[in-house]
Design a protein around this ligand. Structure first.
Ligand SMILES: [Fe+2]
Length: 402
């Protein structure tokens, strides 16, 4: 089908024109691309998103702490003009903290997903693990990294922007979301927005800017979605849209959010995750001077412990920095508050970038490799960061002592 035909079919499909009546579909219209993400309170809320080929009469998540699935949440139907199917989104409220839930989504008319499970956030864990990478796309390494996240059994995964690389070609979203489903149906998937989320689509030979609408519609993040915060244990995670870093409203929001985090006695570790790195040694890119000027004073003011970014397709991290200066040249052990650790893991699955030569002094470790990071956040003691290649071998281990 041409894009115009596809688009027309989608518009008809949204309006229920040219489709079978939902009751006649039987189970031939089951949920696909099932994914979950935390709501504003990860101890008590979870959002479930899925897609069916065509709209169904009802959108339901059945869930519970046993396989009886005695509770029910009714979803809604987020849409955008260039969607490739019928999206559904439901929020589960008033969940019990640190509890395993079973769920399935769909409807009697369209069919149901298999029963999946997830665990709500533990408000007071002795320690917890999360994973992160950016720049994912559809590739063999991208699939390996999905398996790596499943292997690590994190509480949740951070996707550091540049998600599907659909770049306007909307069916690529479907391929991507099917690729990540083994991970996203049970591990909350928390996004940072990157430049590839800002899409152009070609209609009748003309380029049309559709902005972030595909990502906004296909995922359900907390708060403003492009900028939000959530807590796990003694850590607060904050993201902002670095593609829009000059936006003064977002800058004000970031400043207020980090200030509030530092006033909160429960928050020990303050972790920012976003797409564009401030500091980098990627060939032809280097530091992002605009981002450094606009954002680093805010990160310094509240002594952010760790900044995770993607965008440069490799692994790289700087020595801890404060006021744009290195605060320690130790290779692996740092003290909390001495500086902010800036780390890039843009090796989620895309082809890799070269580095500048020679290595600038502020860069501690860098490697042109696909991979991911695994981070352990303890209640007491040191934050531990393990940077791993896509084959799970270690690049380095870093500890930030409390
Ligand atoms: Fe990017």
């Amino acid at each position: 089908m041409s894009l115009v035909q596809t688009t027309l079919a989608m518009i008809l499909s949204v309006n229920g024109i040219g489709q079978q009546a939902p009751d006649a579909m039987g189970a031939a219209n089951p949920p696909t691309q099932v994914r979950i993400s935390y709501g504003e309170d990860p101890t008590r809320m979870m959002r479930v998103v899925w897609q069916t080929k065509t709209p169904t009469k009802s959108l339901v998540v059945k869930y519970g702490t046993t396989d009886k699935l005695e509770q029910m949440a009714v979803g809604n139907r987020p849409t955008y003009v260039y969607e490739t199917g019928a999206l559904a989104e439901a929020t589960l409220y008033n969940l019990k903290p640190n509890t395993t839930y079973f769920y399935r989504c769909g409807s009697d008319q369209g069919g149901w997903s298999d029963v999946q499970s997830f665990r709500t956030a533990d408000p007071n864990p002795s320690s917890f693990v999360f994973t992160a990478f950016g720049d994912h796309g559809v590739s063999a390494d991208a699939v390996s990294n999905v398996k790596n996240v499943l292997f690590e059994k994190p509480a949740f995964h951070l996707l550091l922007g540049d998600i599907s690389y659909a770049n306007g070609n909307q069916p690529i979203w479907d391929t991507y979301l099917a690729q990540i489903e083994p991970m996203t149906r049970s591990i909350p998937y928390m996004l940072a927005y990157g430049n590839h989320e800002n899409e152009d689509i070609t209609v009748d030979g003309k380029k049309l800017d559709i902005g972030y609408i595909a990502t906004m519609t296909r995922f359900a993040m907390p708060g403003f979605e492009q900028s939000y915060e959530f807590d796990y244990g003694n850590a607060r995670f904050v993201t902002f849209n670095s593609d829009d870093y000059e936006n003064p409203v977002q800058q004000m929001w970031l400043d207020r959010t980090l200030a509030e985090a530092r006033r909160n006695k429960k928050v020990k570790w303050l972790i920012v995750f976003e797409h564009h790195p401030l500091y980098g040694t990627s060939k032809g890119r280097g530091d992002n001077e605009g981002l450094i000027k606009a954002i680093s004073p805010i990160l310094d003011r509240y002594k952010v412990d760790l900044v995770l970014a993607g965008h440069d397709h490799h692994y790289e991290r700087q020595y801890p920095m404060r006021n744009q200066q290195i605060t320690s040249t130790h290779m692996s052990k740092y003290k909390k508050g001495d500086g902010t650790l800036y780390m890039i893991q843009g090796g989620g699955g895309r082809s890799l970038y070269d580095f500048t030569d020679p290595k600038p002094a502020k860069c501690a470790v860098r490697e042109k490799t696909n991979g991911y990071v695994r981070i352990t956040v303890p209640k007491k003691g040191s934050l531990k960061i393990e940077a791993k290649r896509v084959d799970r071998s270690l690049i380095e281990v870093i500890e930030i002592a409390d």
